[in-house]
Write a protein that binds this ligand. Structure first.
Ligand SMILES: [Fe+2]
Length: 395
């Protein structure tokens, strides 16, 4: 393993993992000195009965709390603003984020903004683009999906008024505590299980295939790739009955994200997320679907750059590679990814989700105007023409 590389950071939040760990929420709040807690969540989570699981441990410890349940997908900036204003007006001193990546990101942004003098869109935008001015309120993050890994990342993603995703990265966005409880994902619908699981796989790939690997990130990436390959199908088909698969997916998602933040000085996510985001914005699809639709073509394009690593991925995903020439073994990783996606019923091509070929130049325009650093971090140089060809192959 070519992991002998330069220095790397390995800072992660204090993380409590395991079945039933959400019951310890009240103790965690007390441990952090929280007196008045704002639970930040969304209507889907409330409807799924998960808010109750968080209320109980708070009530048990007699902790005063309120609820903001108006989070929306993709963290629109005006929702982060409304949440921050709610927290400020209510005098809350600790926030508990409960939901998928978007809700957790809303919590992070609102936790910073709630302590600002002025809860304005301009301030929130600048905290993402130029960094937060201070720590903000303490946060405890509890994911209800197994995919985004937002509970462990120092990143907050928002969608601005113009529809463009903006990504802020700063240690102040790190949760004080992450609680990863597979019971919170037990009844996650199959389609969301599949899409968020593929997001986690992409995080692991992007760390494992980055130009500056290190032994810790590699070890976690290999573990998570194998866990996802071994468990996503079961979680998709029978997640409510098979808690072990949910447990393994929860661990995989959390640590797939962690690999991105111990993977050296290069930008966290790379071309996969850059092309995926550009597609997602224009095609109005989900994060997971857009990531998968570009994944096989980017793998194919990058295969030559690090064939040993792609061959290892193939092996981790259960492909037989013994005795095969290296390139052939490497390309088996693409077969494995396609098979996994087919088994969890993800769409296979851009045209399957209604994308028109004529939209492709727009995807490339969004890609190059927003994600220059990620494009630059790709192991193989990529021009606008190359990007058009990649989207066309995915079409
Ligand atoms: Fe992602």
């Amino acid at each position: 393993m070519g992991s002998f590389a330069g220095p790397f950071w390995a800072r992660l939040p204090y993380t409590l993992i395991g079945t039933g760990t959400v019951e310890q929420l009240g103790e965690m709040v007390k441990h952090l000195g929280g007196n008045k807690v704002l639970v930040v969540t969304d209507p889907g989570v409330v409807q799924a009965g998960l808010l109750e699981k968080v209320k109980q441990p708070l009530e048990k410890e007699h902790i005063e709390f309120g609820v903001f349940d108006k989070c929306e997908p993709n963290c629109p900036i005006h929702v982060a603003q409304a949440c921050a204003q709610f927290a400020k007006d209510g005098g809350y001193d600790l926030m508990v984020g409960l939901g998928g990546g978007s809700t957790l990101d809303t919590t992070k942004l609102a936790s910073i903004t709630a302590t600002a003098k002025d809860v304005s869109l301009e301030n929130i935008r600048s905290y993402v683009t130029s960094g937060p001015p201070g720590r903000g309120l303490q946060t405890i993050l509890i994911p209800t999906t197994a995919g985004t890994g937002s509970e462990i990342s120092p990143v907050a993603v928002l969608v601005d008024v113009d529809g463009v995703k903006k990504v802020g990265r700063h240690e102040y966005y790190l949760a004080r505590v992450a609680i990863v409880d597979p019971l919170m994902t037990q009844y996650l619908p199959p389609a969301i299980t599949a899409q968020t699981g593929i997001d986690a796989l992409s995080h692991a790939f992007e760390a494992y295939l980055c130009p500056t690997p290190n032994i810790l990130a590699d070890t976690l990436a290999e573990m998570t790739i194998k866990l996802i390959s071994d468990n996503l199908r079961t979680a998709y088909r029978s997640g409510a009955q098979n808690l072990e698969a949910r447990y393994n997916m929860a661990i995989a998602a959390t640590y797939a994200m962690s690999t991105l933040f111990i993977s050296g000085p290069t930008p966290n996510v790379s071309l996969y997320h850059a092309m995926g985001h550009s597609l997602q914005i224009e095609a109005k699809t989900t994060h997971g679907i857009s990531l998968y639709l570009v994944m096989p073509v980017i793998m194919e394009y990058n295969l030559l750059a690090t064939p040993e690593r792609f061959a290892r991925i193939a092996n981790l995903m259960g492909e037989k590679i013994e005795g095969l020439p290296l390139q052939e073994a490497a390309s088996k990783s693409i077969d494995a990814v396609k098979q996994l996606a087919m088994d969890v019923d993800l769409p296979q091509r851009l045209r399957d989700i209604g994308v028109k070929k004529e939209q492709i130049p727009k995807f490339v325009e969004v890609l190059f105007s927003n994600y220059a650093a990620r494009i630059k971090a790709n192991p193989r140089p990529i021009s606008r023409e190359d990007a058009i060809k990649l989207y066309e192959s995915a079409w």
